[in-house]
Design a binder for this molecule. Structure first.
Ligand code: ZN
Ligand code: FE
Length: 263
């Protein structure tokens, strides 16, 4: 998948069984988000004759961090990582990022304006999880938001994850979202069990099946599409279907996440 806005291009590099390592490039300069596999990134840089100027990490899981040290060694570029003392970051010379930080990359955006990245703290999947909001248009959401789904709660509480998803939901509806895994088809199958009469979801199921039949990514997605079809962003709308009257949206979220864990 390939997204071009001005001269910025964003490319999905498939890795492992279902990860996407997102390559952001502009001219000869590139950034990569969550390089779990250094070799995949090295080959993509070489094929496109790109120079790596920075590495952005969303959280400490190995499928997101595993290739960062080798790439940093090869390219001598900065690594941006969440501000936690998790051992996964200790071998890296990482610049630590937190909610509200504003990063600029002069080289990568040199052909147009500087490329900028705002950091959003989105705990839930892990406590240290952050997302990178590039040029107020592209959100690299790691394992928080997936196509029609959300990440598992390995460290955080349902209330934390719900708040993180609401944080994303408050961004502009035309925000492009780049999750780190291709889980959309399975997530839609689950969504249909709790939101069976949603025509947008039925349409998305069809579009997703067509893309996957051609082995194409279903991502990026848009916030508008997620608001219409992602059950974890539709807790209020779905509460009548699955909840008792006194349930809060967080209760509904908790129930949905529990059902999805066993789906
Ligand atoms: Zn993860
Ligand atoms: Fe992951």
């Amino acid at each position: 998948m390939h997204v071009t806005s001005a001269s910025i291009e964003i490319t999905a590099l498939p890795a492992f069984s279902d990860n996407y390592l997102w390559l952001i490039h502009c001219g000869q300069h590139a950034l990569v988000v969550d390089p779990g596999d250094a070799e995949v990134v090295a080959q993509a840089l070489q094929a496109r004759q790109l120079q790596l100027d920075g590495i952005l990490l969303t959280h400490h899981h190995a499928d997101h961090v595993g290739g960062a040290a080798a790439l940093q060694q090869r390219w001598q570029c900065p690594v941006y990582a969440p501000d936690s003392d998790h051992p996964a970051y200790q071998s890296l010379q990482a610049k630590r990022v937190k909610q509200g930080d504003h990063l600029t990359f002069a080289h990568v955006g040199a052909l147009t304006d500087s490329l900028t990245c705002d950091v959003l703290a989105l705990p839930g999947h892990t406590l240290d999880h952050v997302a990178y909001y590039l040029n107020y248009r592209h959100l690299f959401s790691g394992d928080v938001l997936f196509g029609a789904g959300c990440g598992r709660l390995f460290e955080g509480t349902p209330a934390q994850m719900y708040a993180s998803l609401q944080h994303i939901a408050a961004l502009p509806a035309d925000t492009l979202i780049y999750p780190a895994h291709e889980y959309t088809a399975h997530n839609i199958a689950f969504a249909q069990t709790v939101d069976p009469d949603n025509p947008d979801l039925q349409q998305r199921a069809q579009n997703t099946a067509n893309l996957r039949a051609q082995n194409l990514p279903t991502l990026p997605t848009t916030l508008a599409l997620e608001l219409a079809t992602n059950p974890f962003l539709r807790c209020e709308a779905l509460s009548k279907q699955i909840a008792f009257q006194h349930w809060s949206p967080i209760d509904v979220f908790t129930e949905l996440r529990a059902r999805r864990n066993h789906f």
